[in-house]
Structure formats: structure tokens, C-alpha cells
Design a binder for this molecule. Sequence first.
Ligand code: ADP
Ligand code: MG
Length: 452
Amino acid sequence: MTTFQALPLPQELLENLHSLGYEKPTPIQAQTIPLLQANKDLIAQAKTGSGKTLAFLLPLILKLDAQEHFPQALIIAPTRELCEQIAGEANKLARYKKDVKVITLYGGTSLRTQVASLEKGADILIGTPGRLLDHFSRETIHLGQIKTLILDEADRMLDMGFADDILKLVSNLPKERQSILFSATYPENIDKLTKVILKNPTEVKIASKEKEVAIEEFVYKVEEKDKALLTTIKHFQPNLALIFCNTKVKTAEVSDMLHDKGFDVATLNGDLEQYERQEMLLQFANGSLPVLVATDLAARGLDIEGIDLVINYDVPMKTEDYTHRIGRTGRADKSGLAVTLCDAYGLRKLGEIKPELNTQNIASLTPNKNFYMQGEVATLRIDGGKKKKVRAGDILGTLCKDIGIENKDIGKINVYQKNAYVAIKKTVIKKAFNGLKNGKIKGKNLRVWWLD
Ligand code: ADP
Ligand code: MG
């Protein structure tokens, strides 16, 4: 199969896929979509970045029944970030249908807010195991009409010790349902989930050869890691760099160090509030903070376009973590670079988890002293979003027509329930900031914040 046209999909959906830039299905999509449309239970394994999200969302969205009042699909995923990402993709894919409601449920945001949005009704629930169970025991979610169950990143959920929570949740779902499990790797203990949850599942596995050529991997033996990190960045000169550390404390230290050296840096770790994590990721993705220093929280599932360099400042503890970390680059068939920095301890660790990698001398790199990573844009947060009916076009209109900012100086616009964010070239951001502060969007006076 070479195009989406070859699948029995409605014309409006095909047009929507086209407008989203999806022209032909990836191998995992080509193989699983027909099976899922035939209502089969499925275990699917494919490397990260192979398009698994669309593979399970597309048949699901087609299947939704507009007449149904209760949630029809439950998607369980390991992290808040991944839930948001899946929800974003679901909303985009469902644009052609009227009134598809997607709700995300994860910890770190108030239960009460979530209950309030649940009360308005939902078609698709996307959540982490713990929070879903929480809602279930409080009887704030209704699972009696769930027709499709999807476990995304099942390997990761097992790693995080969610198996029991998942099994408990699933035991409360209707027996008549389609169950689907997606995973990047296929650990042995996965039987724990598959045996109980799936009925005569079809297994689809896409070999991961092509992927490995897309990411070039380098390992450097180093004495001082901070210095080596700077050398690496200044040699490879990436557009967007993701740096992994093993601990929260280390992410803060490395961020501070890079900041002191003149880099625009975002930090992501489990100490941050949910909204802070979202803002960090957003500023990284829109280029305001082109370096992200993170724990393994950012290693799974996250799909940010254009990450061209992943650096392991610390050697990860497990082979899977290594695979997932470097899988953040080389997404959607673009090539990527992964560098691992090893001190004496790191070398021993790497010998255990990736013995096949060769080590090189960092002295072979030729750093450009004058290379820095600074955002050409910065981000403004507007205290108004979908709830106040603010759309990207309204913000663009105010900026261009009322304030006189040129279209070419305006970057990504992201609109959420309560807030909206817009990236603006630093050369004109002051003008944009003052203009928005004193002006109106859709006739409303909204508060504006300049993030840095
Ligand atoms: P996985 O879950 O397998 O790690 P994702 O579902 O996150 O991968 O997809 C990786 C990237 O590929 C995303 O940016 C997604 O938008 C893009 N993508 C998915 N399907 C297609 C397609 N058919 N054509 C082009 N890009 C696609
Ligand atoms: Mg995924």
C-alpha cells in the first residue's frame, strides 16, 4: 500500500490527513489500520518514531459513534506529556468530525477540574494508570460503554510498575471490546498484560533496521563532562539539542552551567509543576529555548520535530533507556545524531548496556568557539485560550493588523484551554508584548506574560 487513498477512509478524513501533511502511511500504519478496522485485538511493536499514534487513533476516530453519551475509548499511557501529545494528535485527526471530545486525566492537575470537564461528556479518555484508577474509585468516570482499549508504550508502563493498576482498571471494562497494545520494545514480562487483556490478538512487528541507520551514534571518553558537553555542542552545532541526565539535581546543574555560558536553556524534570513542564516543552519546541536538559521523563514517546542532537550527559542505567533517549532524534525519517559522554564510571556502565558501541577521543572534535544556542524568538503567554474562544487566527490578527508585527516575525502559536502561547522574533517582541498588553484580542483585554 502506498497511499492513504488505498484504505477505505472517508473523503473528509483523507483531506484532513493531507492538510496535516500525512500523504502515505508508515509501515506500522499500513499493517495495523486494516486489522484495527476489522475490529481485531492487536499487539503491535515498532521502533519509536514509526507513527504508532496515528496507527491507533485513526481507526478509533472512524469508529466513534456520535450518538453515544459516555466515553467510548480509553487510552492508557505512562506519562502526562504523552497523554497531552496523544490528545493533541487526536484533536487534529478528528477535526473533520463534529464534536469529538477528548479528555486527558493525569496527576498533578486538580481532580476537580478534571471532574468538571468529565461532567460535560467525553468520547475519548486519555490518562495515566494511577489517575484513571483514582477517578474510577471515586466514580467520576463511566467505563461501561468503552468499546476500545488502547495501551500505548506498554513496555514503559511495565517498567514504571503500573501493571497492577492497569489490570485493575481493565477488569472493570466491558468484556465486549477491542483491546490494542502498542510498544516500542517487547519485554518478556509483557505477557502479564497481554494474556489477561487481549483476546486472540494478532501480532504485528516491524523490524527496526532502517531506523538505526538514521541515527548516528558517537561515544566520547571524557574527563570533564561540562567541558566535553560544550565541545560537543560547539562541534555539531545543532538547531535543537536534547541533553539527558540521570538525576533531577544534575539537570538543574547542567542547565545553570549552560545558562551561564550564554545558552537559552529549558529544564524538564519531575520537580516541576505540570504547567511548568508544559511551558518548558513548548519553549523548546518553538525554538525560544533551543536546548532542553531533561531526566528520562523526556525519553519516551515525546515527539518534538527537529531535534537534531541528543546528548547523554550521563550514561543511562538500562539499554532500553538508551534506545528511547536517542529515539527523540531522527524522527519521521529525518537523520539524527546521538552523543554519549563517558567518564571512567560511564564507560563501565556503557560496557554493560551497549557493549557494541566504539569509543572515540573527544579531542578529535573541532568546536567553534563562537557558536551559541540562543532562541531567535521568545514566547509570550496570553491568559486566554479555547475556553474564551481565542483561536490562533485571532492572535495573529491582533498582532498583524492592530500592532503592526509582520507575519514573518511570528512563530508557532499554541492554544490550550486556558492559555495561548505565541513565539515572536526577539527583535520585535517588546512591541508585540506592549501591544498585546494594551490591546484587545477578540474584543477582550487579556493579560500577557513574557516568558524567559
Ligand atoms: P511512535 O509513537 O511510533 O514513537 P509517533 O506516533 O509519535 O511515533 O510519530 C512520529 C512522528 O511521525 C510524528 O511527528 C508524526 O506526526 C509523524 N507521522 C506519523 N505518521 C506519519 C505519516 N503517515 N506521514 C508523515 N509523518 C507521520
Ligand atoms: Mg508513541
